[in-house]
Ligand binder design. Sequence first.
Ligand code: BGC
Length: 734
Amino acid sequence: MSSTIVAHSSQPDSLEQKIAALIARMSLADKIGQMCQVNPATDDPVAEFGDRLRAGRIGSVINLVDVRAINELQRIAVKESPQGIPLLIGRDVIHGFATVLPIPLGQAATWNPALVREASGAVARETAAAGVNWTFAPMIDICRDARWGRIAESFGEDPYLTSQLGVAMVRGFQGDDLSAPGSIAACVKHFVGYGASEGGRDYAATNIPENELRNAYLPPFKAALDAGAASLMTSFGDMDGVPATASDYLLRDILRDEWGFDGLVVSDWNAVEQLAAHGFTANRRESALAAARAGVDMEMTSDTYAEHLESLVAAGEISIELVDAAVANILRMKFRLGLFDRPCTDGTGVEPTARQRLLDLSREMATQSVVLLKNESTCLPLDAGEVRTLAVIGPLADAPQEQLGTWVFDGDAARSITPLAALRDISGGRIDVRHHRALVTSRSRDCAEFGDAAEVARDADAIVVFLGEESILSGEAHSRANIDLPGAQAELVHALAECGKPLIGVVLAGRPLTLGNVIDELDALLYAWHPGTMSGPAIADLLFGLASPSGRLPVTFPLDVGQIPIYYNHKNTGRPPESGTIVHIDDIDAGAPQTSFGMTSFYLDSGFRPRWPFGFGLGYTTFEYSDLDVCVRDAAIDISATLENTGRVRATEVAQLYVRDPVASVTRPVRELKGFQRVPLDPGESARIAFSLPTDDLAFHGRSGQRVLEAGEFHLWLGGSSEDGLNASFRLEG
Ligand code: BGC
């Protein structure tokens, strides 16, 4: 921790000198004020906070999106508070503001960082127009447990994909210039390990060994901070016995000392006062002490800093240097945002062209996020020339709010175009689109309407059934122990299957669901996550083949909830299972001897393979890889192959590069993603795809915690999923 605020540049008005000059003028109360973030409890925030703000006792307001109120608070802060310091206005803009993009897990399924960056930039402009200058995104927690409701907010299970998309989102929000109008500050969260909450129960303890922490959970944070993320939020979790919000190891040793982060660290909501609930502190005073000492610069909402920091400093338990360093981090972000020059927002809103562009991006992203998981007898795409009557069934076919997903405080459901509306529109009246909801919600158990729904389905040329979870079933504090389709949806599928018509499932959900009780009855399955405002047009285009599905799974789909945690980049074990050698519970002979099953790592009742692996996804064409070439140079390995579209429609393949380090000083995963590219190809077209893998990307954190690059043999795969690919080996010389 730096003990004094010093100017790092000789220029007279360098950022650090401005910060130091300002801090030199501030009283202790002014400084503590900056460290407090408040949440309006009334609908008149100006009346509620005016006096406290005039006294300089607020650094940030969360959850305010009324531009007039925000501007008035900024005016009070700048004109009437002792130091004239503008406010940070924070809001959870997780996947869109009024216009909603797919949930982050859906965004991850696009494997398209450029699109994520562009769309996040458009979202930032819509957000900034409301006066908000700080979003609490991206969430870059690695998540390997679909029970955890917050998997919806994550980019999935892989450190590399999460890093790429986290960086893209940060760059999108912050733009090339954080101080430019339309840019907002990103906040990477939740540092660190929250995604490993035990049993997928939200807020539960996390126990991540140091080596796993460094190799799997920390890399996305390092990447996003290196890309310039302005702030970071601590995790609610108890990490190995120390709540992250009070962990000087995480917040000082790693974040500040090892990584040199000079941005703002904010706690999560009430997480400082909750240190006492964890059993880590005895009372609010001790909580304030523990969080401030660990390096939490700003307290979100629980106000223990306001109550106790002054007396903690007076008692010598917290040094003024520590307070100054925290305030410097906060002011640094305010200066970087340009708030001292431009605290207020002009209030003219978003231009119609920008609004249309955002809708277009939302549609494009939704289209790219949908994953085709099954397509028996090329049931899809539907032929608009042949389908005369289409049955559209299910509780999520026409549910404007439910298609938006979790974390849509500002999402405007009135802008949603539902699948039903889009299917009616796309068919232009040529197809008779008949709708039956069958169930009131995704959770309903009442099957009374199934007879009528089946009647609609029986008369149709094809049935599209919209299944899944409503928005409220995923997200924070919305974990599930059973991740089958809720309610009577499986029974609905059984009833529709009996109609004898092509049955296409479209799942809208915030997590991977286990679909064992319906998958065999569906002829085709599109997995759409919660696709946002433009769900309808995206899904309709895919159903009718106006676009070929190009989404790929960012997370492994388990066969059964009991397989969790199941993820592609696991360790090999000393007894890896092999297909063909494992035994199923139904095939065990009576009186079988104890060691008769090969003694490898699998479940008697659900084997070791998932339902669908990470990286998997079908399209309306086929791709072939050939002629893999690998060339080891000094600082990089050049890898190339030919990719051909061997089918009949234009489509995009996501070419994925994986490596394995088979012998290392700490055991390494069986595969690790190291690169990917979206490659659009016309039918019959082929292209040479090339990756230049920096040798340094083969390094990992060894036993001492340091990154090491170890010589020896490596395996690589280039193909269309984590279970596929052309394979080669290469050597790194020492
Ligand atoms: C969540 C954070 C969020 C914060 C502010 C918390 O409950 O864990 O991710 O940013 O609330 O709304």
